[in-house]
Design a protein around this ligand. Structure first.
Ligand code: LLP
Length: 497
């Protein structure tokens, strides 16, 4: 099933200006958003949309209801974000401008309470077995936090497995993924007794067969078969995985999935416990998940296995006006679709969200270094990070908001392009950022919703050191990952002897 849609672009403003070739509801966007329309006239004489007090009053709109010129909406900010009496934003009781002074910029600031709340929400929605997809953001502090809050951890490489284990997460709480797990990765997983291995290919079955030939009973690794349900989720093609033309899993359509199940059932050293599928990432439409659940169930029910994992992929709002389903909505809709398709109530139906756990928990702080006004063209605002700490705009055309934490409730009537410091024209962070009129060189500029796939995909392009990562809670800022130094850039570099 294919639905035509353009490349992922979370920037609602850009989207609304495009010819509408598709129903907006494909993104699960509510009709109230459709009514928003293009930016209206600029409000005059009001610099700040709200004077201070509670960030819950961040309606994110101007008086005339325009979401683009208003401050970032509450739903885009971490749970403990608060505007102080002077108008500046704090997270976890720490003032963001002060954090930028103290730790330097760029800086990732994660709200610990937010992370914990999301993990708890996931466990409440899905039950035991729900796994945090560590690819979204992983360091030892994050792995330990997710484990403490009752989540299992999905690791997709030996490296992610290593970090999770180093954080003290027991192997039995890990789910190992990957379309090309090496013999060494599989051997370590089997030896340590990881909780689940999600089998992705016939080659892998063969490798596992050799590794487990002598194992019996409870010593056998529990495995799930990853299948591709033939669904095209409504998301960017690079992060779509449920359709047939993908490197992941065994297609249902060709019979490969059924053959994989049969081959696995004949392996005495492996304990086949279930089926797994993941249709893609940043999926806004609950109906995509329902559709996948329905197709999967048709395959799953006759197998009479105890577990069904529907993967991750729940979308999150990145810009004003976007609305995403909650973890509870997603779980509820998926379970109902599975049950309606005949999956027994006793089946462990589970999932592995990544983005929905961490994305909104973090903001990235940058310092504005250059403002270049090109009359008749545009204004470029250069900050001290860029595509090395957030490659998502370049890779997927993803949209973000930008705001000035010293006055987080300020209106943002000025449209600029926020760019990084890399030697590349495409090094854009926010293509069409709305910022306050008085944005100046030296200001701290923040982008919200940068907790997922930012730090985890960060690079040292142009030998830019990776920024530090802070966890903030109750007025305390702790360094979860220290910032790289110039010397770190030489740490692996070997003079040729
Ligand atoms: N499970 C599997 C098997 C996955 O492949 C993924 C993501 C997840 C779970 C978690 O998906 P989430 O809940 O985070 O959407 N770099 C891209 C996203 C790539 C996702 C890859 N797999 C981005 O920045 O949007």
């Amino acid at each position: 099933m294919t639905v035509e849609r353009p490349r992922q672009d979370s920037n609602l403003r850009t989207r609304l200006r495009r010819p509408v070739l598709y129903p907006l509801s494909y993104w699960g966007v509510s009709t109230s958003i459709v009514a928003v329309g293009p930016p209206g006239p600029r409000p005059v004489g009001r610099r700040r949309a709200l004077s201070s007090a509670s960030v819950s009053s961040l309606a994110g709109t101007t008086a005339d209801g325009d979401p683009s010129e208003g401050p970032p909406q509450r739903q885009l900010l971490p749970l403990t974000a608060e505007i102080g009496p002077a108008g500046s934003l704090s997270v976890g009781g720490c003032d963001l401008v002060e954090l930028a002074e103290r730790f330097g910029t760029p800086l990732f600031v994660y709200d610990e309470a937010h992370l914990r709340a999301r993990c708890r929400e996931a466990v409440a929605a899905w039950g035991d077995g729900v796994a945090y997809a560590t690819k979204a953001f992983l360091c030892r502090a994050m792995a330990a936090l997710a484990h403490e809050e009752g989540m299992a951890l999905d690791v997709s490489t030996g490296g992610e497995m290593h970090v999770a284990l180093a954080a003290g997460v027991p192997a039995r709480r890990l789910v190992l993924h990957g379309n090309n797990k090496s013999p060494a990765e599989l051997a370590r997983a089997v030896e340590l007794g990881v909780g689940r291995i999600v089998v992705d290919s016939f080659d892998e079955i063969e490798r596992l067969g050799h590794l487990t030939a002598d194992l019996r009973g409870a010593d056998r690794p529990r495995v799930l078969v990853r299948v591709t349900p033939g669904i095209e989720a409504h998301t960017h093609e690079f992060v779509r995985t449920g359709h047939d033309d993908t490197k992941f899993g065994f297609p249902l359509a060709t019979g490969a999935a059924a053959r994989a199940v049969a081959v696995l059932a004949g392996q005495p050293g492996l304990d086949l416990v279930g089926i797994h599928a993941h249709i893609g990432s940043q999926v806004f439409e609950v109906s995509s998940f329902e559709q996948a659940a329905d197709v999967l169930s048709g395959f799953f029910v006759p197998l009479d296995l105890p577990e069904l994992c529907v993967g991750g992929g729940l979308g999150v709002a990145y810009v004003n006006g976007e609305r995403a389903p909650t973890l509870a909505d997603w779980a509820e809709a998926t379970r109902r679709a599975c049950w309606a398709a005949g999956v027994p109530r006793a089946t462990r139906i589970t999932a592995e969200p990544g983005r929905a756990i961490v994305a909104t928990a973090a903001v990235t702080l940058y310092r504005v270094g250059v403002i270049k006004e090109l009359p008749g063209v545009r204004t470029f605002v250069s900050v001290d990070g860029g595509m090395s700490d957030n490659p998502r705009p370049v890779l997927y055309g993803s949209g973000y908001e930008a705001f000035v934490p010293r006055e987080a409730g300020a209106l943002r009537p000025r449209v600029v392009r926020v760019v990084g410091k890399h030697c590349e024209t495409g090094d854009t962070l926010v293509a069409e950022a709305h910022v306050p009129d008085d944005l100046a060189v030296g200001d701290v500029l923040a982008t919200p919703v940068t907790g997922a796939y930012g730090y985890s995909m960060a690079s040292n392009y142009n030998k830019v050191p990776r920024p530090p990562v802070l966890f903030v809670a109750e007025g305390r800022a702790r360094v979860a990952v220290r910032g790289e130094t110039f010397d770190d850039l030489l740490a692996l570099d070997q003079p040729l002897g």
